[in-house]
Design a protein around this ligand. Sequence first.
Ligand code: G1P
Length: 297
Amino acid sequence: MVRQIKTAVFPVAGLGTRFLPATKAMPKEMLTVVDRPVIQLAVDEAREAGIEHFVFVTGRNKGVIEDHFDKQYELESTLRKRGKSAELDMLEQDLPAAGQTSFTRQQEPLGLGHAVWCARNLVGNEPFALLLPDMVMHARPGCLKQMMDVYEARGGGNVLAVEEVPWDQVSRYGVVGAKNWNGNAFEIDGMVEKPKKVEDAPSNLIISGRYILQPEIFSEIEKQEAGAGGEIQITDAMMRLMKQQPFHGIKYNGTTYDCGDKIGFLAANVAFALERQDLGDGFRAALKRILASQGGL
Ligand code: G1P
């Protein structure tokens, strides 16, 4: 029996400078794809995959995230008075149960590896999922659920979701080397964080922001010095852990929208809005009008 994954870590300490001024007083994780904050989408994905403990690594000015995952009595009583039962039901369904959320702070921006390490005492000695909320996955079943199936089928270990990107984009991401494919799953035999030259990238399969990791990752992070970009990188720690434990990859079925980037964020909004039953037709018509008035595509 593999050890079940019940805890997920969400690093949400980043400043979001690429979205200023929107992110001056509001965390970037509260930016919405249609009407759901990107952090809510990541939590939805984790819940679907069976996660019961949601650990947020926050920073200063991120208090709104904690409020978002709490009850809002005043709002709820107003909705009740107005008979808005659909909205009330939605808020109730979205709310993690009491005691399922934990918050800790990354006091200094020392990198993703360091942010994950800040969660070590809340995670304990258990395997866990790591979801980078900027990367919004459009997939059915959700990306983490697909990864859980690979985790079970392959008898545990570490699992990374990957996505194929054009070669000129590999330098923005962590990149993996792949061997022994079986369907859409494979063994990872190398990793490079943000390769400077295309020739340094072992493939064009990028680490797309979803991980299942064994707890030994924490002691690997502890050992390390700053890597690419002067930051403590999770990829460096994984490269060392790879010498002791298997790392599986899954080219998951779905699309990633990098919502840390404006084009990715706008594209996610278009894709999610078009498939909404309540909005799709109206939004498609509006898009057509806009495109026609601007001379088409
Ligand atoms: C991080 C990881 C990188 C991964 C990326 C996905 O980079 O270090 O391996 O491909 O997330 O978004 P960051 O986006 O924090 O620079």
